[in-house]
Design a protein around this ligand. Structure first.
Ligand SMILES: [Zn+2]
Ligand SMILES: [Zn+2]
Length: 141
């Protein structure tokens, strides 16, 4: 998932925007540099339009505050390989696995897979997700 995706990612259940991003693992693709260079020549940076999440997580920095200092070429070169998208409005969390954000409504989610993901990364995620996140979590209550 490219950081750039955060500019359009809304909660599939309540439609809230923007979401919070918790990065567990990044992957870099320096071989994309040439392709990105061409892109930058055509479209003036900054590339992220509203928020840049590579500058700041879990809530992105507003582009209007950073302007040309935004490292948005890197936002194209880098993928979030593993992480979580969190909706601060309804409290739902969505895993990012193998670079793909799994933004599914509750009835299409697989509870056991979700809980296994939370167990694996519980030390890297905040309590509001691990213990209180919806639709399920590792909390007792
Ligand atoms: Zn950016
Ligand atoms: Zn939501």
């Amino acid at each position: 998932m490219k950081y750039r995706f955060m500019d359009i990612a809304a909660c599939p259940m309540c439609k809230h925007f923007p979401l919070e991003l918790y990065v567990i693992e990044e992957k870099h693709y320096p071989e994309r540099a040439e392709e990105i260079e061409k892109f930058l020549n055509r479209f003036k940076p900054p590339l992220c339009e509203i928020y840049c999440y590579r500058l700041q997580t879990p809530i992105g920095r507003r582009i209007e505050e950073v302007k040309d200092d935004a490292p948005c070429a890197k936002c194209l070169e880098t993928e979030v390989a593993t992480g979580v998208l969190y909706c601060p409005s309804c409290g739902r969390w969505y895993p990012i696995i193998d670079e793909i954000p799994r933004m599914l409504p509750d009835d299409l989610r697989k509870k056991e897979e979700d809980l296994a993901f939370l167990r694996k990364y519980s030390s890297r995620l905040p309590e509001k997700i691990v213990l209180h996140g919806k639709p399920w979590n590792l909390g007792k209550s």
